[in-house]
Design a binder for this molecule. Structure first.
Ligand SMILES: Nc1ncnc2c1ncn2[C@@H]1O[C@H](COP(=O)(O)OP(=O)(O)OP(=O)(O)O)[C@@H](O)[C@H]1O
Length: 593
């Protein structure tokens, strides 16, 4: 049951149809809401019931004035029936309004939650290079602010624009029933509104985009600044960081001012036009009554209708700038949802049991925005269970090889085969379940030690967990903590030492019992005892598994089966530690320098 309700939050299909060409925002909004059409239809019915007293009131007012002005033409029964009808219909407003809001809100809130969920789903599918370009702050701004704006947009349309349009049609129809020439006079309002909107639309759209991109920029700056606080303080660069954020805030201030100014002009002009028009209407109907074409009470009715019409047209025009903001946010969200910069691989094949045999055939890889290859002509066969050390100077392409092994990136030329199957055919989700990664920046999250180790695994027995803790040399750490395994480790493991963090990452890898291990040795120096602990944990981890270790300290690779020495993306030497030392080549030079 729960799964079903979670599934239903996926709104991707509303965007899938639109990918490629840019869909009009109103179409997109309609597609988002079409799934909840039953609730929206019910909301619409209750809306009509709720609003009907508004249409009746001017008619009843006209009737009462006419009864009093011309008592000989009307009976008292007519007077009382008018009163009873308006009281009854007005009293109905309470239940009908509650029902209208309940159905409407339920539909709109579903879309709001759905949009956020769809964004998160999409972010999990987008390639790492896409994530590299879009920082966490910008994504947050889209998931929080932009979705909120879209929710606001839906509410504005359902609560204000649609009701105003329905009311306008209803009032025009009622006026037509009574007098066609007054109706024609009313209809003149629309072109005035259209001309005003057309005149300001381009500017409002432009300034909204400016504001939105400035807010995203600021959000990015803030999240980066917060992350950098320890480094900033350590270097005494607080003022520089404050200036950077201030600069982004200044951008928002100016863009916001521009928007406010243009909205003020637009709103005020509309108001003045419509006030003039209302006065003209009064004189027009009064003139008709003066000439005997209209009863006095009817002036009140038309004036009532016209006041309502002006009210509704102004209502639409006043929220028009907000609608534009909402459309801009919808565009911002669809920018991510329509992106086709997806994960590099989309194969489906599952291996029965991954053995961990790797064949690299003349692999070439270049990052998207880079001119030169980070990896060139990389050929290597790695047997199942073999331990490979990868060494080379900074920028030689070591981490890139690891990323290619994990499948984060796909070679532009050449091929990588796993157990004889090209990576492009493999289901990455399935393949990565046989793989454990311990990277330079071990990504820990703000849960407990237990949660961090068992991350993503549903049922890990206590025995298996204890074994992983023991193998990762963590038992002393856990014992000394106040709540043992259930101690919270702070954001990104902030309450732990570098060595402890690494051992937690190793325990996380161990508990998965993977066939392949990818290790990026930490560059940060650990003290001797800590390093020994980590070293022991690593030895436990790599036993019996195909292992790729990027080593920064050459002593780390002493015991691996083969060392691959890289330079400028190419393999320059391959061999055991002793062979390479005896050869006195590049590795020997690196070791001696
Ligand atoms: N995301 C990226 N976009 C563009 N170029 C990149 C990216 N990541 C790495 N590079 C470039 O690719 C080359 C290889 O980088 P890589 O990180 O693989 O080197 P490395 O040997 O792991 O270096 P280090 O030991 O310093 O971590 C470098 O020239 C680097 O500047």
């Amino acid at each position: 049951m729960e799964k079903k309700s979670v599934d239903s939050l996926d709104y991707m299909n509303a965007f899938e149809i639109s990918s490629g060409s840019r869909t009009k925002p109103l179409h997109l909004l309609a597609r988002l809401h079409i799934r909840n059409w039953k609730k929206l239809s019910l909301a619409f019915i209750f809306f009509i019931l709720r609003t009907s007293p508004l249409w009746l009131l001017p008619i009843v007012t006209a009737n009462i004035i006419n009864i009093i002005t011309y008592p000989d033409k009307y009976s008292m029964a007519y007077f009382w029936s008018n009163l009873i009808i308006i009281i009854l219909v007005t009293a109905l407003n309470v239940p009908t309004h509650v029902m209208y809001i309940r159905y409407m809100s339920s539909a709109v809130r579903h879309v709001e939650a759905g949009l956020r969920s769809t964004l998160i789903r999409k972010l999990q599918k987008l390639s790492l290079s896409y994530h590299g370009d879009l920082n966490a702050g910008k994504i947050q701004s889209k998931v929080l602010r932009d979705v909120e704006q879209v929710d606001f947009l839906s509410r504005q349309i359902i609560l204000s624009v649609l009701p105003a349009c329905i009311n306008l049609v209803a009032i025009t129809a009622l006026t037509l029933v009574y007098s066609w020439y007054v109706a024609v006079f009313f209809v003149f309002l629309v072109p005035i509104a259209v001309v005003l909107v057309r005149f300001y639309r381009a500017k409002i759209t432009k300034y909204n985009r400016e504001l939105r991109t400035n807010i995203e920029k600021m959000s990015g700056e803030v999240s980066e600044t917060v992350e950098m606080i320890p480094v900033t303080r350590a270097h005494g660069l607080e003022e520089n960081e404050i200036k950077k954020v201030d600069h982004a805030l200044e951008g928002i201030r100016i863009a916001g001012l521009r928007i406010d100014a243009i909205e003020a002009k637009f709103g005020a002009l509309g108001w003045v036009f419509f006030q003039f028009f209302q006065v003209v209407c009064l004189f027009f109907t009064a003139g008709l009554a003066y000439m005997g074409y209209m009863k006095i009470g009817d002036i009140m009715m038309y004036q009532g209708f016209f006041t309502m019409m002006v009210g509704y047209v102004s209502q639409i025009m006043n929220i028009y700038p907000n609608l534009m903001k909402g459309f801009e946010s919808l565009y911002s969200v669809s920018e991510v949802l329509n992106s086709d910069n997806l994960e590099a691989y989309n194969g489906e094949r599952k291996l029965d049991a991954v053995q961990g045999d790797f064949q690299f055939n003349e692999v070439y890889f270049r990052y998207e925005d880079s001119e030169k290859h980070a990896v060139e002509k990389f050929s290597l066969h790695v047997r199942s269970g073999e331990k490979i050390g990868i060494v080379g100077e900074s920028g030689a392409g070591k981490s890139t090889i690891l990323n290619l092994i994990i499948g984060f990136y796909k070679p532009q030329k050449g091929q990588i085969l796993i157990d004889g199957v090209p990576m492009s055919e493999l289901s990455m989700k399935d393949y990565r379940q046989s793989l454990a990664i311990v990277l330079q920046n071990n990504i820990l999250f703000s849960g407990t030690i237990r949660e961090n180790i068992t991350y993503g695994l549903d049922d890990v027995s206590d025995e298996r967990l204890q074994q992983a803790v023991w193998m990762a040399n963590l038992q002393d750490v856990v014992r000394d903590l106040p709540e043992g395994m259930d101690t919270s480790i702070g954001e990104h493991g902030g309450k732990l030492s570098g060595g402890q963090k690494q051992r937690i990452a190793i325990a996380r890898a161990l508990v998965r019992n993977p066939k392949i291990i990818v290790l990026d040795e930490a560059t940060s120096a650990l003290d001797n005892i800590s390093e020994k602990h980590v070293q022991q944990a690593m030895e436990q981890l790599i036993q019996g598994r195909t292992t790729f270790i990027v080593a920064h300290r050459l002593s780390t690779v002493r015991n691996v089966d083969r060392i691959v020495v890289m330079k400028k993306g190419r393999i320059v030497e391959v061999g055991t530690y002793d062979e390479l030392m005896a050869k006195q080549g590049y590795f020997y030079q690196m070791k001696s320098s």
